[in-house]
Write a protein that binds this ligand. Structure first.
Ligand SMILES: [Zn+2]
Length: 99
């Protein structure tokens, strides 16, 4: 049986319990899946986190002789969010991000 979950349209602040988050129309940041965080970071989901929310996004590359950094694709993407009381991290599939 195929089940297609409803894709939330926005990311709300951590631990948000508003009506939209309760029904799944939006998702609290601390419950966002890696795919959803990738959508937030690339503007495909609306940002309703608190103003001033900052993410640290770290990309790593493996270079072999003859391949320049300009040609290389990131093979890991790590996003982290820290605020008082929260430290949330996501390992994001690089294919979810634009090249
Ligand atoms: Zn909410």
């Amino acid at each position: 049986m195929h089940h297609t979950p409803t894709m939330p349209t926005a990311v709300d602040p951590p631990e948000c319990a508003c009506t939209d988050c309760t029904i799944g129309a939006t998702v609290p940041l601390d419950r966002a899946a890696p795919e959803q965080l990738a959508a937030l970071l690339t503007g495909r989901m609306a940002d309703r986190t608190d103003s001033g929310t900052e993410f640290t996004v770290t990309l790593s590359f493996t270079l072999t002789p003859g391949v320049s950094l300009r040609e290389a694709a990131a093979h890991t993407v790590r996003a982290e969010f820290r605020s008082p009381g929260h430290h949330i991290g996501w390992d994001i599939d690089p294919s979810l991000l634009p090249h």
